[in-house]
Design a protein around this ligand. Sequence first.
Ligand SMILES: Nc1ncnc2c1ncn2[C@@H]1O[C@H](COP(=O)(O)OP(=O)(O)O)[C@@H](O)[C@H]1O
Ligand SMILES: [Mg+2]
Length: 297
Amino acid sequence: MAGAAVELRNVSRLFELGSEEVWAVRDITLSVEPGDFLALIGRSGSGKTTLLNTIAGLDRPTGGEVEIDGERVDLMGEADLIALRRQKLGFIFQSFGLLPLLSAQENVELPLRIAGVHRDRPARAREVLELVGLERRAHHRPYELSGGEQQRVAIARALVTEPTLVLADEPTGELDSATATAVFTLIRDICRERGVSIITCTHDRLVMEMASRVEELEDGHLVTGHRGDVWGRVQSRERTPFEAPAGEDEASQSLPSLIGADTRNFGVAGTEPEPEPEPEEPEEVEDIPEDRWARPT
Ligand SMILES: Nc1ncnc2c1ncn2[C@@H]1O[C@H](COP(=O)(O)OP(=O)(O)O)[C@@H](O)[C@H]1O
Ligand SMILES: [Mg+2]
């Protein structure tokens, strides 16, 4: 199948705030096989988002190596990182990150627009909206949709570029438990069907029953290897399944990080509120082949 392989070797990330040093991630070594569904659990502040960001190339590790399909993400320049995010990665975040003035369909088309894909753009957006069961909501704006529906639009948007690795940061943090279960089930089934690898961070113990692997972070360290161990520890702590994460991750939820966009080429989420132009589409764009879901790498 077509999922991406991820290798982390001794990955660390140090943040320095004035005189204070925080090792958000410490010496993490981890492999994700193509098609794996890895759940990274751990309480707020344990380093989940930081680790996810280093995998996506949104942040560089202070030390260690990050590889996706044998390519060193930690060494890539900006252009290669943008290409990586456009070609291989899909992101799903807790706050959905939909643009409020665009319809569901337009939100889903956005990553294709940014990648300069013209061919079959509306049809491809409709196809993934259908996949998440929202074909009849295509023309609704986010505020006309429930939380679960908005997150399904965000899933469709993450999948429309046919990624081989889906990274999700607390994707059900704002959903009730029944909807959260439905959303995780949907992500798992779609990725399983398409052979996509998934790494999701979560506070949610329900996901542990769906993931093919669960790893736990504690103070930036990976503290597990066996699902049974984690499960036992989580239960013994009486952690609530939907512990509210404290206002975190603002930076990682900006539009460019959600869709892998280079804001220099596209006037969204920049600091100056310029009127948004119709995006210029690159002339020589490598279109994504129709059969990419079945790519045998
Ligand atoms: N940009 C940053 N600057 C300084 N400290 C940070 C930054 N991002 C995260 N941290 C710190 O790193 C630790 C891990 O944070 P994070 O990866 O967001 O954890 P989680 O996603 O598990 O809640 C926390 O102590 C947090 O305060
Ligand atoms: Mg986080």
